[in-house]
Design a protein around this ligand. Structure first.
Ligand code: 5RP
Length: 229
């Protein structure tokens, strides 16, 4: 267990390390969350003037613009070279749970539209098997109860994220105790339920590289077989 001060320091360190993946000719995909906020601030302070960013949330758009970074719509940007985002959990195969900040749908779209997805995390996010963190699922409001019942049948315990509306005008169900031994299969199964916009499992399109900050520096994790994890 790391202290919140240590965690904040690690977020800043990994955010700075991610700058090595950014070049001025990039239209860069940018995720959402406190680690990404450190990245946006580091990018703003770095003097690297990227062509534009594609943003995964209203909050990220505001922060990018506060640093004078131009935000472009994904539809006008084509395939992105690099997407930088955080995660709530990652495993040795760089599969993720995301959506703690509720921006999972736009994040998944941008991850899918990017050649390279670089996930930036502190060491508290590393797990053996995904699932300690509840799986966020964005749902169309009228389907909320139906989907919750289906999730119970699948063995999960869904909980409505009270008072939260996504940037797309939908609701979030946070699902506890899902069996995630095969996260690709579970991601497909959840995404197939009518009324699900998407779930926060990023197993089909996992990260290409996880940059993980530790007390002794930032590790680049390319996955089992490439790096020890
Ligand atoms: C937002 C996300 C974030 O990447 C995730 O919640 C991690 O956030 P933080 O960097 O604040 O720990 O998926 O939807």
């Amino acid at each position: 267990m790391i202290s919140s001060d240590q965690q904040q320091l690690q977020k800043q360190r990994v955010a700075e390390a991610a700058l090595a993946w950014v070049s001025p000719d990039h239209v860069l995909g940018v995720g959402t969350g406190s680690t990404v906020n450190c990245f946006i601030d580091a990018l703003g302070a770095s003097g690297i003037r990227i062509e534009a960013a594609v943003s995964s949330s209203e909050a990220t758009t505001k922060r990018l613009q506060s640093h004078g970074i131009h935000v472009r719509e994904l539809n006008l940007a084509g395939t992105l070279d690099v997407y930088i985002d955080g995660a709530d959990e990652f495993d040795a195969y760089r599969r993720l749970i995301k959506g703690g900040g509720g921006a999972l749908t736009r994040e998944k779209i941008i991850a899918g539209a990017s050649r390279k997805f670089i996930c930036i995390v502190d060491e508290s996010k590393k797990v053996g098997v995904l699932g300690k963190f509840p799986v966020p699922i964005e749902v169309i409001p009228m389907a909320r109860s139906y989907i919750a019942r289906q999730l119970v049948v699948m063995g999960g315990q869904p909980e409505l994220r009270e008072g939260f509306i996504t940037d797309n005008g939908n609701l979030i169900l946070d699902v506890h105790n899902m069996d995630l031994v095969d996260p690709v299969a579970t991601e497909k199964k959840i995404n197939n339920l009518p009324g699900v916009v998407t779930c926060g499992l990023f197993a089909i399109r996992s990260a290409d590289i996880v940059l993980m900050a530790t007390a002794s520096g930032v590790q680049e994790i390319l996955g089992i077989g490439n790096q020890a994890i």
